[in-house]
Design a protein around this ligand. Structure first.
Ligand SMILES: [Zn+2]
Ligand SMILES: [Zn+2]
Length: 346
């Protein structure tokens, strides 16, 4: 089969390798669509495996069951499935307390990688842990592949209780920012204001429920947000970018009693200086966000495949596996919102 193997930072080669053998108690999935994620790009462009190569990334996997071990009764050849890459034990204290996003028994590699290939092996353990969902006949593989990238966005807005009449500021108009904005509108937000430093990204974001755009290099975003909200500020501010300066500035965009969510990670080890007196006197809620609970990951998938979600707008590029390097460039430059690879198409 064909697979995109990583040999080192920025060294990704599409090669012919052996198709995986069907695992005992598991199945083989023919990969029909695999999304190219921001985290894949980070991993593929740095020494993410500390010299341990070759390696196949790709975790936004959907496909068709190609082979099934005789012990498996739950799935059959031809089933159309979406594999959520996360694993939740549902037995540790975090899982039982309703916070499976913090599961302390996360198992790596259960179905979290290997999707940049024509086939992936799904283990008995993954079947046991769950997070494998059927794709209805009238839903495209591409729409289903958005379940994973939507999961943390969905969880963030669920936890921040974004809802009816909210004024929401999103800082960072990348793919995640566009998901954030579209979902905020679906949840009933009144106004979405997008802050970003790249004009072409701001222009693209307008198609995803954004009411106002602000280029923070050209105008003061805090002053403009105050102007747009009668001097009040936003109910919720989501910092979805890797900038410490944006985090520091974000608190001044929220209204008194409002919430600021740090969604995007900043460079490892860097510290953000926050005016805690401002947070204190304005009763601000400051929240971090990462991942999604088991329930939220399922709800995000249900949203991705529902008619309420315009998945086709997000998928701007469909490429064969051979063009994975092109897909990485398209995503890096901001030309693409979402690139999906179709490993079984030429
Ligand atoms: Zn992803
Ligand atoms: Zn757990």
């Amino acid at each position: 089969m064909k697979a995109a193997l990583m040999y080192g930072p920025n060294d990704i080669r599409v090669e012919e390798i052996d198709k995986p053998a069907c695992p005992k108690g598991g199945f083989i999935l023919k990969v029909m669509t695999v999304g190219l994620c921001g985290s894949d790009i980070r991993n593929l462009t740095c020494d993410s495996r500390k010299g341990n190569y070759p390696f196949i990334y790709g975790h936004e996997i959907v496909g068709v069951v190609d082979e099934v071990d005789s012990e498996v009764s739950k799935y059959k050849v031809g089933d159309r499935l979406y594999l959520f890459p996360g694993s939740y034990c549902m037995e540790c204290d975090n899982c039982i307390s309703g916070h499976s996003e913090n599961c302390s028994n996360v198992e790596e590699g259960v179905a979290g990688t290997g999707g940049f290939a024509q086939y992936v092996a799904v283990s008995a353990r993954k079947i046991e842990l769950g997070g494998i969902y059927e794709i209805p006949e009238d839903v495209s593989f591409e729409a289903a592949s958005l379940g994973e990238p939507l999961s943390s966005v969905y969880a963030c807005e669920d936890n921040a209780k974004i809802g009816y009449n909210d004024v929401v500021v999103i800082i960072g108009a990348g793919p995640i920012g566009c998901f954030m904005s579209q979902l905020a509108k679906i949840r009933g937000a009144k106004t979405v204001i997008m802050v970003e430093i790249n004009d072409s990204r701001l222009e693209m974001a307008k198609g995803f429920g954004v009411d106002y755009t602000i280029n923070s290099l050209k105008e003061d975003p805090v002053a403009r947000i105050k102007e747009l909200t009668d001097g009040v500020g936003a109910d919720k501010v989501i910092s979805a970018n890797p900038s410490n300066a944006a985090q520091a500035q974000s608190i001044f965009m929220a209204k008194a009693g409002g919430m600021v969510v740090f969604f995007g990670g900043v460079p490892k080890g860097s510290l953000t200086e926050l005016d805690t007196n401002y947070i204190h006197y304005n009763n601000l809620w400051i929240k971090g966000h990462f991942g999604a609970s088991y329930m939220q990951s399922k709800q995000a998938y249900q949203l991705a495949i529902s008619k309420d979600f315009p998945s086709e707008k997000f998928i701007t590029h469909r490429l064969p596996l051979d063009k994975i390097n092109e897909g990485i460039q398209l995503t890096k430059t901001g030309e693409a919102i979402k690139v999906v690879l179709l490993p079984n198409e030429e």
